[in-house]
Design a protein around this ligand. Structure first.
Ligand code: FES
Length: 257
């Protein structure tokens, strides 16, 4: 095997003293990268520039699904490039955005019933319960369980089970039945949030206050302030002490509440 190529990509090539590097393979080519980097940072260190496939870099947006193999292991592993730390001799490839079927609907016109979800996504019943979807999920969502809950008509359970989904599409990429699990779960959460979940009374009260113009004068006053005045107001604001029991603290000045 040829000696690892030393890459130079601006200051990313300057390692902290004592930093250890490991070999990884990106699309079959070997690179030496610091062992502490995530896949995303390691690929950038190696000279790749992410024009697509990167977003929040914080494990939230689902833009960076990655498949990889480990040395001497035939299995495919799955992860988010921005969250998964490199391992020696990893073989890496990013999947492109996954073009799974997405039903077209108007949320205002759908009843919050399982039948409505079944009608929009009949492929639900092609699920063979292989559980590849769950194994592929980098967020440890119980994908098969929420699909089963939808089939059984329990939308509330499906919404709860899928809450951590970040729409990366890895589940769908592994599905023998060609289910777009993440899109189905998103529809269920929308229905749950709009029609099933009890309304928060305090939120509704605040929305009514905003709509009635209660805060208009205050906002106009704030908009007239300069940067330093706003900064002073912000820094000097009363702040809730740490660890105060829930619902027991109120600021002395309640004029802006
Ligand atoms: S870049 Fe957003 S989840 Fe990785």
């Amino acid at each position: 095997m040829s000696a690892p190529k030393q890459v130079a990509t601006g200051d990313r090539a300057i390692l902290p003293e004592g930093a250890k590097t490991i070999p990884i393979f990106v699309m079959g080519k070997r690179y030496e990268v610091p062992e502490t980097l995530t896949i995303m940072k390691a690929m950038e260190y190696a000279g790749f520039k992410f024009l697509r496939g990167a977003g929040c870099r914080g494990g939230i947006c689902g833009a960076c699904p990655t498949v990889y193999r480990k040395e001497g292991d035939y299995k495919l592993y799955f992860g988010l490039a921005c969250q998964t730390v490199v391992e020696p001799n990893m073989y890496l490839a990013q999947i492109p955005f996954y073009p799974a079927n997405r039903a077209v609907y108007d949320i205002e016109k759908i009843e919050p019933l399982a039948d409505a979800v079944h009608a929009l996504y009949p492929e639900l019943f092609r699920c063979v319960a292989c559980n590849n979807c769950t194994k592929a999920c980098p967020m440890k969502v119980e994908v098969l369980d929420y699909i089963s809950a939808i089939k059984q008509g329990d939308l509330a359970r499906a919404a709860r089970l899928s809450f951590d989904c970040i729409q990366c599409g890895l589940c769908a990429s592994r599905c023998m039945g060609e289910l777009p699990q993440y899109h189905i779960a998103q529809l269920v959460r929308r229905l749950y949030g709009k029609y099933i979940q009890p309304r928060a009374e305090h939120l509704q009260k605040r929305v009514t206050e905003i709509e009635s113009g209660k805060y208009d004068a205050m906002l106009t006053e704030l908009q007239k302030m300069g940067h330093s005045e706003l900064e002073k107001l912000y820094k000097e604001r009363e702040r809730e002490p740490d660890m105060v029991p829930l619902g027991t603290w109120m600021p002395k000045d309640v004029s802006r509440l």
